[in-house]
Design a protein around this ligand. Structure first.
Ligand code: XIL
Length: 299
């Protein structure tokens, strides 16, 4: 196959990218994005601050620009993200307790109603665990509403759009030996045992010198899949874009039947949130890097 999306489709998977609405009038960008990828994640446009800038007043203009571009070009869409400590609008950052809990529920219902039946996977909750060795939940206004905020979010999401796969998504959870990975594993196992509706786990996979790729990533994916959830690589970028590391990540996904697909977090290095790390598959001129060829050959 000659594109990433077509190559991934040979095994029933997708190959996606994070897309930014502000780049959709850049024809070099859209040409690559349309040719190579068959799944789209909005880099920022479906987040809480973008979709509910004032309480109860939803705005889907930027999100819909991405959604419509994706669907008009035959791509599936991952939703990102409904409940998160970051990129909250000011009105939400200032809420706490029962009012914040209700605002979270209303937000999930409002966004999921707009896209009901149209989103293949939703990142319902993003980044709820602390970094480091504690294995604890991250402190946030949402966490302070009570430890059950995550399962409430998933129950709400299931009722709002029963056709979407509901994912928990986090970073620094790729290495099986890390406390954060174990904490997430214990949560997912508990959710499955108690019937909390979770369908998938997203591994962001932002690999860099501080949190490097480890070959036990495949074990991590296998162990989560064995709990009865799908897994996905949701925000892949690799500092320096080592072709070997990119191929290893692809091979890890392909080795796990419940690995749904891979999303890279941007198109060209110059589009990346970490552009100084040149972590993506295309250079700033839109040329294929050696990591691109490595990924295509591995798929
Ligand atoms: C990042 C975007 O790429 C940036 O443009 C934005 O300024 C901050 O958020 N984990 C996530 C993503 O789940 O939503 C983040 O995206 C990167 C880390």
């Amino acid at each position: 196959e000659s594109t990433l999306g077509a190559a991934a489709a040979q095994s029933g998977r997708y190959f996606g990218a994070a897309i930014a609405s502000g780049r959709l009038n850049d024809s070099v960008y859209t040409t690559i994005a349309n040719r190579e990828f068959n799944s789209v994640t909005a880099e920022n446009e479906m987040k809480i601050d973008a979709t509910e800038p004032q309480r109860g007043q939803f705005n889907f203009s930027a999100a819909d620009r991405i959604y419509n571009w994706a669907v008009q070009n035959g791509k599936e869409v991952r939703g990102h993200t409904l409940a998160w400590h970051s990129q909250q609008p000011d009105w939400m950052r200032n809420l706490s307790g029962g009012a914040l809990r209700q605002a979270m529920i209303d937000h999930i219902n409002g966004v999921m109603a707009h896209y009901r039946g149209k989103i293949v996977q939703w990142d319902v909750v993003n980044e709820a665990f602390e970094d480091g060795n504690s294995g604890a939940r991250r402190d946030s206004n949402l966490q302070r509403t009570g430890n059950d905020w995550i399962e409430v979010a998933f129950h709400t999401a299931r009722a709002a759009d029963p056709s979407a796969k509901l994912c928990y998504n986090d970073y620094n959870v790729e290495n099986w030996n890390w406390a954060k990975t174990q904490a997430m594993y214990n949560m997912v196992r508990d959710f499955k045992q108690r019937g909390v509706p979770i369908d998938c786990v997203g591994f962001q996979s932002h690999f860099n010198s501080g949190s490097p790729y480890n070959s036990n990533f495949r074990t991590t994916l296998q162990n989560f899949a064995a709990l009865g959830v799908d897994v996905a690589i949701t925000e892949l970028d690799i500092q320096g874009a080592s072709p070997t590391t990119y191929a290893n990540v692809v091979n890890d996904c392909l080795a796990v039947s419940r690995c749904l697909g891979i999303t890279v977090w941007g198109v060209r290095d110059t589009d990346s949130w970490r552009s100084e790390q040149t972590p993506l598959l295309f250079d700033g001129n839109g040329n294929k890097k050696s990591a691109y060829t490595s990924v295509l050959n591995a798929l």
